[in-house]
Every structure is written in structure tokens, then in C-alpha cells.
Design a protein around this ligand. Structure first.
Ligand SMILES: *Cc1c(COP(=O)(O)O)cnc(C)c1O
Length: 228
């Protein structure tokens, strides 16, 4: 079914929108099936799980980290991760810079914003993002490159609320681009939209949608994975 699900999702993507296949909790056989159907971009939210999958799956997979990242776990992904969607503090960005330096790499990063009404979601607000971007610590970093923003909308059936939250994230991207990234065309990404709301996200300007259950089926959290 994965091949069919992927084809269905792909047929609904707006022009220029990239699909991050969110494979967290799913076995490598399922990722391989998606790979065989042409998928190369995968999203995981646990460092050890990503490390274990990276070790056995094809080299040309583009791995994106999309979950809350602890600084002591960066070492498991720094050698190969292409993008980290979930930068929510200067401290984390500094730690990523330090680990990327060890591998002589530059890791693309997104600033994660708190756009939902729920208390529990991680993310920066605009003041915190400005403070990060204006800090001397950030100015000194050479092994990270900030290429855009990421956010998760409220988990609700109120589609107008979701739309407003996505619109806010797009405005944040535009404001930051104008103020801090003049002449840096790479700062353009908006990672927003999941299985149940990516249609709205695309209408509001998403450049990357992160889709899991629609491709791989519902997740079973009955068994805790060996991480965090
Ligand atoms: C799990 C997850 C997704 C995908 O969610 P689905 O509803 O399965 O599409 C997207 N983004 C993040 C950050 C996630 O943790």
C-alpha cells in the first residue's frame, strides 16, 4: 500500500512543495518500500532511531530531523543529517554547529516557531528568534545554515484557526527574510503541514510538508522506542 499511498499524496502536492516522508516508529522494511517507490527524503524524530535506520538503508537518502533534539544526541546524526527542522534555542544551534564542525560539514537548519494555541508544543516566538539571530554567538557559527522556518498548527478540526497559524508562520518567514537574510536566497523554506492539514499549509505557502500516517499508516505508540 505504501507505493499507492505515496502516489496519491504526490498527486496532491502543489508545485515546488517537497514531501518529507515521516517514518518515525516504522520498520526499515517500510522505508525501503517507500525508497523503492522513488522516495528519497525521510523525516525522523528520534536521534537513535535515525542512526539505526541510516546504518542499514541506502546512502542516497536525505535524512531530515523533525523532532525535539537533545544536545547530547546530536552526535548520532551530525555526520549525515541534511536538515534539522527543530531548532528552538541558541544553545541547541550552538551544539549543532559544534558537532557539524567535527565532520567538516554545514548542516541546514530551520527555526521552529510556536504557532499553536497548545501549551505543549516546542518552539520560539518572534522575540526569541530575533535575539538568536542578533547574537554574537550566532554570528560566529560556520557550520550551520538557517534556511527557513518550521511550525506545527493546533491539533483541531477548526480549519480557520489552522489557516491563521500557518499564515502567521509564513509572515514570520517573510519578516525574517527581509530583516536578516537579504541576499541569502536559501532562506526561503516553510516546513508546515502534516497528514491532516497539509492541504491548508500548501495554500498558505508551505515549501515542505511532513507526512507520516497517510503514507505509512497509523502509528502504534504502545511500545516505547529505545530513545529519550
Ligand atoms: C509525526 C510528525 C509529523 C507527521 O504526522 P502525521 O500526522 O503522521 O502526518 C509531522 N511533523 C512532525 C514534527 C511530527 O512529529
Amino acid at each position: 500500500m505504501i507505493k499507492e499511498n505515496l502516489a496519491k499524496v504526490r498527486s496532491t502536492l502543489a508545485d515546488g512543495v517537497r514531501l518529507v516522508a515521516v517514518s518515525k516508529t516504522k520498520p526499515v522494511e517500510m522505508l525501503q518500500e517507500a525508497y523503492d517507490a522513488g522516495q528519497r527524503l525521510f523525516g525522523e524524530n528520534k536521534a537513535l532511531e535515525m542512526r539505526d535506520k541510516h546504518a542499514v538503508l541506502p546512502e542516497d537518502i536525505e535524512w531530515h530531523f523533525i523532532g525535539h533534539l537533545q544536545t547530547n544526541k546530536i552526535k548520532y546524526i551530525a555526520a549525515y543529517v541534511r536538515m534539522i527542522h527543530s531548532i528552538d534555542s541558541l544553545n541547541l544551534l550552538e551544539a549543532v554547529d559544534k558537532e557539524a564542525r567535527k565532520h567538516d560539514r554545514v548542516i541546514d537548519c530551520l527555526l521552529q516557531f510556536h504557532i499553536a494555541t497548545e501549551e505543549t508544543k516546542f518552539g520560539l516566538n518572534m522575540d526569541e528568534a530575533r535575539a538568536l539571530l542578533e547574537s554574537p554567538e550566532y554570528a560566529a557559527m560556520e557550520h550551520v545554515r538557517i534556511v527557513g522556518v518550521m511550525g506545527m498548527a493546533t491539533n483541531t478540526t477548526d480549519r480557520e484557526l489552522v489557516r491563521r497559524e500557518f499564515r502567521t508562520l509564513r509572515e514570520y518567514r517573510d519578516q525574517l527574510a527581509e530583516k536578516y537574510f537579504k541576499g541569502h536566497e536559501e532562506f526561503r523554506e516553510i516546513s508546515m503541514g502534516m497528514s491532516h492539514d497539509y492541504d491548508i499549509a500548501m495554500e498558505e505557502g508551505s515549501t515542505m510538508v511532513r507526512i507520516g500516517s497517510t503514507i505509512f499508516g497509523a502509528r502504534d505508540y504502545g511500545v516505547k522506542v529505545n530513545d529519550d
